[in-house]
Design a protein around this ligand. Sequence first.
Ligand SMILES: [Zn+2]
Ligand SMILES: [Zn+2]
Ligand SMILES: [Zn+2]
Length: 107
Amino acid sequence: MNSEKTKEQCIAEMNARRERRIAKRKQQERLIEEGVLCGFSLTYHGACAQVAVPHTGRKDARCDEHKDIMCTNCGNRASHECDYIGMLVCGFPLCKDCSHPHRKRVK
Ligand SMILES: [Zn+2]
Ligand SMILES: [Zn+2]
Ligand SMILES: [Zn+2]
C-alpha cells in the first residue's frame, strides 16, 4: 500500500491549513474588536488574545496580565510592545499615539 501523499494532496492540505489560520485570525480580530479578548499587541506574537477582563469592554479590552500596563512615554494605557529591534527587541510598552526614540545604530 502506498501511503505517500501526492503533491496535490499536500498542496490541498497546506491551503486548508492556511485558510483555517486566516479564519481563526479574523475571528480573533472580531473578538478583540468586541472587547472579548485582549488586544494588547506583543512583539513576535501579534495580539495577546487571552480572554479579557470583563468590564474594560470595547476596543481596548485587556487581559489580567496586560490591564495595568502603561505607556512608557505618556502614561496612558499601553496598546502594544515596541517592536524595535536593536541588539535585542525593545519591548517597552507604548500606547498607540506614542513612539519613543531609539538611537540609530552607527556602523
Ligand atoms: Zn493580554
Ligand atoms: Zn503614550
Ligand atoms: Zn522601543
